[in-house]
Design a binder for this molecule. Structure first.
Ligand code: BGC
Length: 422
């Protein structure tokens, strides 16, 4: 696989592999944890893992790097690894687990996995992602669903509209909401947030097979097809439902606009639910959730996971293994996921204490696995290599913000970017 890695990454690999030998031993029993969970709901959720780890006598050294979807966190992780001093644990998701595994830097978690019976507990799609070269190198924390639409029911009612179930309904609701003085769709103009909406539109208009051809197989014909062009056009039309303050806005501030009734809706993964929960709002009454129009039968997944870096110090290794074990235990899974807005990656837990949106998510996760409509989120590092993802983000965001770029041109650029990936 290393032959497929871009040059810069191969060079980084040679450098950090050499440097890793001199990693200074971490203080006994301490785990430095790199993550990007800094919003209200996220920070509360990650605190539950810190508390559990500390209750077993280990020390949690928090290394939070703000920035939705982890782009900044990944940049910081690379520079720490390049200087031969990676953190003990890092939130690394999707195919990037393979990229780091390829560099030879990740610790083997097979013993914990065997003791905890991970092979049995985890659905194949999750277990596969956590392994490199047949060995567990990461532990899944949760499963987030990305193709969600959130709404404030009071705002919808005040404008006399219902939760939209088609794009036509979305645009006509948008007009009524605008007339009633609301921002129809809260958004933050950041590349990953743009991509989060765009991938749901593609899933809606193209279906799961088309989505996979385009974003997993990187099939050039699909990327420049009429379906892609139509998706790009619909995506850009949604811009008309957003407000002028969106450039650079963080996702949780956009959720805040729905919470405080300034905006009616937001298209965002269910970490947004963590913000509603932190604001003491109840699913189904204080806020509504529904699949993005046209994606009811499908599920775009985004799995958060922790990978452990190889360390020499035995006490630190012990702490890492303890953390990996705790992550999949029922106690952490129940508490964490209810706060975070996600569902457990193990499907054997009692969901009765979870809210109606989480129960819907679990049911849809199961049924979409059976129907082959479970697809990886490309906006959240699940579907493609990080260099291709970066190129796609640039194209999508430029297209979204540049009135002179046509949908045809954007589609052509996506196909070109894909052609360079092989
Ligand atoms: C992560 C979530 C996180 C969200 C916003 C996603 O990529 O999977 O855990 O809450 O980004 O930062």
């Amino acid at each position: 696989m290393s032959a497929k890695l871009p040059y810069a990454r191969r060079a980084l690999g040679a450098f950090v592999t050499a440097a890793a030998v001199s990693v200074p031993a971490a203080q006994a029993g301490e785990v430095e944890v790199l993550h990007w969970w800094t919003s209200g709901g996220e920070a509360e959720a990650v605190g539950t893992l810190r508390d559990l780890l500390e209750s077993e006598g280990h020390t949690w050294k928090d290394f939070a790097v703000a920035g939705g979807a982890g782009d900044s966190a990944m940049t910081v992780l690379k520079s720490r690894a390049m200087s031969g001093n990676p953190p003990a644990a890092a939130q690394i998701n999707g195919p990037e687990i393979q990229e780091w595994g390829e560099l030879g830097l990740l610790a083997n978690l097979d013993a914990v996995a065997e003791e905890g019976n991970w092979d049995e507990l985890l659905p194949g799609v999750v277990a596969d992602m956590m392994q490199h070269d047949g060995h567990y190198v990461a532990v899944p924390v949760n499963v987030h669903r990305v193709n969600w639409l959130w709404a404030n029911p009071e705002v919808l009612a005040d404008a006399g509209v219902e939760m939209p179930t088609t794009w036509d309904e979305m645009f006509s609701a948008g007009e009524a909401l605008r007339e009633a003085g609301y921002v129809p769709l809260a958004h933050g103009g950041q590349p990953w947030q743009d991509a989060t909406i765009f991938e749901s539109v593609v899933l809606s208009l193209g279906g799961a097979d088309f989505y996979r051809d385009a974003f997993v197989e990187l099939d050039e014909d699909s990327l420049k097809s009429d379906t892609m062009i139509e998706s790009l056009s619909t995506f850009k039309r949604l811009r008309g439902l957003m407000d002028e303050g969106m450039p650079g806005r963080d996702w949780n501030l956009a959720t805040g606009m729905v919470i405080n009734g300034q905006a009616a809706m937001q298209i965002m993964g269910d970490w947004a639910k963590g913000e509603f929960t932190a604001a003491d709002m109840q699913a189904g009454s204080d806020y509504l959730c529904a699949a993005v129009p046209g994606t009811e039968d499908a599920f775009t997944f985004n799995i958060d996971s922790f990978a452990m870096f190889k360390l020499d110090d035995e006490a630190a290794q012990q702490a890492q293994q303890t953390m990996a074990r705790l992550v999949l235990e029922p106690e952490f899974q129940q508490t964490f996921n209810q706060i975070k807005g996600s569902i457990p990656p193990r499907t054997d837990l009692d969901m009765s204490a979870f809210d109606s949106c989480a129960q819907q998510s679990m049911a849809d996760f199961q049924s979409s696995r059976e129907a082959s409509t479970l697809v990886p989120s490309f906006a959240h590092r699940m579907a493609m290599r990080s260099d291709v993802q970066g190129a796609f983000f640039d194209i999508i965001t430029n297209y979204f913000n540049d009135e002179s770029m046509s949908a045809e041109q954007a589609a052509e650029r996506l196909a070109q970017a894909a052609s360079l990936a092989f």
